[in-house]
Write a protein that binds this ligand. Structure first.
Ligand code: FUB
Length: 318
């Protein structure tokens, strides 16, 4: 009798395991990068692929600040499966810098890939912006200038030493390239056609509760300037008919991301769908503000060009 009961319980256990496996069709695709912690996503659509660049969050679990020495790159043809590539760029590749592989963006011009990065400057106090270049979107990249493009002493709109971070670059229809960046103060300037020199004065844009992470994109005939708003960060945005403004504030686009005080967005259109790419700190078991993970959700526009509030999901892109 005892044996019979034991066999029966084993049968019930096996059957219930099977049932659980069958009734759990939910697939969690967020975060999309699961092999390491990544933050500050910046996506580039090139030919029939999306290249996703991010900083590698290397902070140990008990660490209370960023530890970031290198950037990473992944690619995808469908936004669901992501292929990882060898590390294409490290903060130490900039001989004049002293570390901190913070937020960045890659843009293509005439078959060359320009990577605008934030790093801590080695001799000018504060954060700075450098540029790396490659013939391939997956690198390897090398320092394009041998010096910083922007240093902290070049901007006077904020007193802090980390206001020159988070570059985003956009090439307008007439071929004019623009660099936007900032923390506390949102800066922008024209870039020369070589993408390596400023082409005019550094200007300032007044945006409500601007924290950092500006991202410029265009959809139909509107320009969008999205950015991290307040702290902990939500993402808000402004719209304009011209890349030089005036910018009209439109409100919140994304709420605070789970378990992370930063949110850092990248917005693209790919194969007829718009996407909102961001990071959160929700990765199990040790995610957090300094151990972030990149996620993707779909983005939708209203008829008047405004963007619908993002719905962050665990399912992500199915
Ligand atoms: O990753 C370091 C900093 O955190 C970035 O530069 C900011 O945008 C924030 O995400």
């Amino acid at each position: 009798m005892k044996n019979l009961l034991t066999s029966l319980s084993i049968l019930i256990l096996i059957t219930s395991c099977k049932v659980v496996a069958q009734i759990d069709p939910v697939k969690f695709n967020n975060p999309i990068i699961k092999d390491q912690y990544t933050g500050d996503p910046a996506a580039l659509v090139y030919k029939d692929k999306v290249y996703l660049y991010a900083g590698h969050d290397e902070a140990p679990n008990d660490f209370n600040f960023y530890k970031m020495n290198e950037w990473v790159v992944y690619s995808s043809s469908d936004m669901k499966k992501w292929e990882s590539h060898p590390v294409p760029l490290k903060a130490s590749d900039f001989a004049w810098a002293k570390g901190d592989a913070w937020a960045s963006q890659v843009i293509e011009r005439n078959g060359k890939f320009y990577w605008y990065v934030t790093v801590e400057h080695g001799s000018v106090h504060g954060k700075s912006i450098g540029i790396a270049v490659s013939d391939s979107p997956t690198g390897p990249f090398k320092d394009a200038l041998g010096k910083a493009l922007i240093t902290n002493d070049m901007t006077k709109f904020s007193d802090i030493s980390w206001d020159d971070i988070d570059p985003t670059v956009y090439i307008d229809n007439d071929g004019q390239a623009y660099l936007f960046w900032g923390n506390t103060a949102c800066h922008y300037a024209k870039l020369k056609e070589n993408m390596l020199e400023l082409d005019g004065p550094i200007q300032h844009i007044d945006l409500p509760h601007f924290t950092e992470a500006p991202w410029i994109h265009k959809h139909k005939d509107w320009y969008y300037l999205s950015y991290a708003y307040e702290f902990p960060e939500k993402i808000a945005y402004a719209m304009s008919k011209s890349i030089t403004g005036p910018w009209e504030f439109k409100g919140i686009l994304n709420e605070i991301a789970g378990n992370s005080n930063t949110n850092h967005q990248s917005i693209i259109d790919f194969k007829g769908q718009s996407y909102f790419i961001y990071h959160n700190g929700a990765s199990i078991p040790h995610g957090g503000s300094f151990r972030r993970s990149v996620c993707v959700d779909k983005l939708y526009y209203n008829k008047d060009g405004t963007m619908k509030r993002v719905v962050m999901t665990s399912e992500g892109i199915q």
